[in-house]
Design a protein around this ligand. Structure first.
Ligand code: GLY
Ligand code: MN
Ligand code: MN
Length: 471
């Protein structure tokens, strides 16, 4: 795989997104939208947690520095700036300690805003922008800090009331508009997500190749993290799950100290964040390089469930269709293996109707994926007529939506369940772009079939290297 190249700022991509927000706000009567970035978080004393920008702010700006705020004035006079950034000032001393800052003028030019101010001016400038504007749009009630800031800005505008200045008389939640925009990815986003999927797949290949009985979970995590950074991803998209043996039955088990035993399966759910976009892959493989017969039986059921879900993922299907397809295959598998007592269920339909699969498959088959690993966007059609149970219909898939497809089976020691399956946990997860006629899988650069996984691991062992020779 090629090394990363220096990123260039896709100034038009972000400008066009802001234009879409302006168009939507103007169509709804105008007003001012305010989108702050995320706060810095202290870890202890002088050490911060790694900084991560706010996802909505990033989507509209591409700007990753902390202490920044975007104002979009959809009611701006023709000669007034509509797209305004507040950010940190240039500061030679701070930049000596912490590194480069764009500063307002540099950011305005590099990111294509109409105007930019130092963040210290926000309490003076925002009330000025809000004066005589009809509506304030922001993430209503999402943060007490922002709510308090907004209140302060509105108070400042209202204080000018005797001078004939009017404050906005309505506040609206900006988030549903941004959620709907983010739900359908543009080509810029899809290109990053494809690359993120390739890097994460490469990391899984390396971990499989490095695996052997006796390896510790954290050693495999190290192979993953190495690969993410080696190929330019900034961070893991979420806490890496590396689970040996029975630990795989804990859905969000973080990589620990456990030693993989001969005969264990290893479940790895780990993937990188690249340029602000998440990937999300799970593979499950035998520490020894060979599945036991019981492991192989369950693995093939989960793989078939995933294929069934993939087969129905296309524009026009609902978000729930892949889940239902996977549940049917898993439920049949639970009957076929005797994990569910065949004498108790007349058919697979009974298993599904009674949710008898749920002790062994307790999560859904996917989620939206994008800037956030569990990305934003409604899963049901907001405003549509409700069914007889009061539920909204599931969202209809459209081209450009991106989601995961991730069935699993988790067999904890349970009376009545054949012991040969106890403590087996399997999940298989890939990332998909919905297309008109199907879906494009982004994460298949790592083996998924049991035979292909075994072949990869045997080849790695034969070459006695940790993935380099097969990368
Ligand atoms: N990695 C978290 C998830 O699969 O949802
Ligand atoms: Mn996932
Ligand atoms: Mn995952």
């Amino acid at each position: 795989m090629n090394q990363p190249t220096e990123p260039t700022i896709a100034i038009d991509v972000y400008r066009k997104r802001r234009e879409r927000v302006f168009a939507a706000l103007r169509a709804a009567g105008g007003g001012v939208a305010i989108v702050p970035t995320g706060p810095e978080a202290l870890r202890n004393r002088d050490a911060d947690y790694p900084y991560r920008h706010d996802s909505y702010f990033y989507y509209l700006t591409g700007f990753t520095e902390p202490e920044a705020l975007l104002v979009l004035d959809a009611s701006a006079a023709p000669d007034a700036p509509a797209s305004v950034l507040f950010c940190r000032e240039k500061n030679v001393e701070r930049e000596t300690w912490e590194g480069f800052r764009f500063g307002p003028e540099g950011a305005r030019e590099a990111f294509g805003f109409d105007a930019a101010f130092a963040i210290g001016e926000v309490d003076a400038q925002v009330p000025r922008i809000l004066a005589d504007k009809p509506v304030l749009h922001y993430a209503l009630g999402s943060s007490s800090e922002l709510d308090a800031q907004v209140r302060g800005w509105l108070d400042a505008v209202r204080a000018q009331g005797r001078g004939g200045v009017a404050a906005p008389t309505a506040a609206r939640d900006l988030i549903p508009l941004l959620d709907d925009m983010r739900l359908i990815k543009d080509e810029h986003e899809l290109a990053i997500m494809r690359r993120a999927g390739q890097i994460s797949a490469q990391a899984h290949r390396r971990a499989m190749a490095a695996c052997h009985p006796g390896v510790r979970e954290y050693e495999l995590e190290a192979e993953l993290l190495y690969t993410f950074r080696k190929f330019g991803a900034q961070a893991p998209a979420y806490t890496s799950i590396v689970a040996a043996g029975a630990n795989a039955c804990v859905l969000h088990y973080p990589a620990g100290n456990a030693i993989a035993q001969d005969g264990d399966l290893i479940l790895i759910d780990a993937a990188c964040e690249l340029d602000g976009y998440a990937s999300d892959i799970t593979r499950t493989f035998p520490a020894s390089g060979r599945f036991t017969p019981a492991q192989r039986e369950l693995y093939d059921i989960v793989l078939a469930a995933q294929q069934a879900a993939i087969d129905v993922t296309r524009a026009g299907a609902t978000f729930d269709d892949p889940h239902q397809a996977a549940v049917r295959v898993l439920s049949q598998g639970l009957l076929d293996t005797g994990i569910l007592d065949r004498t108790k269920f007349a058919s697979v339909n009974n298993v599904i109707a009674e949710r008898a699969y749920a002790p062994f498959y307790m999560h859904r088959t996917g989620h939206w994926l994008g800037i956030d690993v569990h990305d934003c966007g409604d899963y049901r059609e907001r405003g549509a007529p409700r069914d007889e149970t009061g539920a909204l219909p599931w969202r209809t898939l459209k081209p450009g939506m991106t989601l995961t497809i991730e069935p699993g089976l988790y067999i904890r020691p349970t009376e009545g369940v054949p012991e040969r399956y106890w403590n087996i946990g399997i999940r298989i997860e890939d990332d998909a772009i919905v297309t008109a006629n199907g879906c494009e899988l982004l994460t298949r650069d790592v083996a998924v079939g049991a035979d292909a996984i075994e072949a990869l691991m045997q080849a790695a062992r034969a070459s006695n290297e940790t993935g380099k020779s097969i990368a």
